[in-house]
Write a protein that binds this ligand. Structure first.
Ligand code: COA
Length: 239
């Protein structure tokens, strides 16, 4: 699992570390990265040794500057470029991982970068963070889940305003909007993410997976259905 071109995948003491690794292109998400991420997510999902995943970006400047524009520009149109990306349901896989995923975000987090972050359960950001959704300016819309995940996190009105205005968001506002759980100094970002992951990895994995499911699936249900889900999940935990 270590021979990837665009990703570094490491596993240690119950934690899976996924580093988007195209720093020369600000970790822009290209088709190769899609395929490699798909494999890595499958490994995180199915490997019983993995308790928690941590996602980060290589280099000083970005977690991920969005879709690779050179692929966009060489495709017949942005729409075709986008369709190529749908060949694998990577976002369905991402959102279906039952284990907690933590994003350690720094620098530029644009387009697909935000969408990757939104597929994670906990988002920590450093003070130099800059979020942006440039898709409408490129004649497309977020289609890596972002049009659905962003409003679920920050509310429909804010999501719409940010998407339509094309304005970028810095650390303090991201924290206020609850787009990120916490802002930490850059030099502490990775350690904070790792510390949190280690703590969660020490808990019972079934309880952790059930807690994640209860909250994330419950959000899409009525209260009544959500309470039924909670009963089912709680009942399935046997000691
Ligand atoms: N796709 C492909 N390459 C990208 C990229 C992307 N989304 N974002 C940055 N890069 C590359 C640049 O082409 C440049 O490569 P080069 O050194 O070979 O010329 C390198 O990363 C550094 O980026 P650069 O633009 O020189 O840095 P900057 O500090 O001037 O600007 C950004 C940084 C993020 C503002 C700018 O790169 C940008 O606007 N990127 C595109 C963001 C975007 O629209 N993403 C698509 C979302 S759907």
């Amino acid at each position: 699992m270590s021979d990837f071109e665009t990703i570094i995948y490491e596993k240690k003491d119950g934690l899976a570390y996924v580093t988007l690794n195209r720093p020369q292109a600000l970790n822009a998400y290209n088709i190769k990265m899609r395929d490699e991420l798909y494999q890595v997510l499958g490994a995180i999902k199915d490997d019983p040794e993995v308790r928690v995943g941590i996602f980060r970006g290589a280099g000083e400047r970005a977690f991920c500057a969005g879709a690779d524009l050179s692929e966009f520009l060489s495709a017949p149109s942005p729409i075709v470029a986008r369709q190529v990306r749908w060949e694998r349901d990577i976002w369905g896989l991402f959102l279906g991982v039952a284990k907690p995923l933590i994003a350690a975000l720094h620098g530029y987090v644009l387009g697909s970068g935000i969408e990757i972050a939104l597929c994670c359960d906990i988002r920590l950001a450093s003070e130099d963070i800059q979020f942006g959704l440039p898709e409408p300016q490129l004649g497309i819309i977020p289609a890596a889940g972002g049009s659905q995940t962003l409003p679920r996190v920050i509310g429909g009105d804010k999501a719409l305003e940010i998407l339509l205005s094309g304005r970028w968001i810095k650390a303090e506002e991201a924290r206020r909007l609850k787009l990120v759980n916490r802002v930490v100094p850059r030099e502490k970002l990775f350690n904070e993410a790792e510390r949190l992951a280690q703590k969660i990895a020490g808990f019972d994995p079934v309880a952790v997976a059930s807690a994640k499911q209860a909250i994330t699936r419950g959000l899409d249900l009525s209260l009544e259905q959500g309470l039924e889900l909670e009963v089912r999940l709680a009942g399935a935990i046997t000691r």
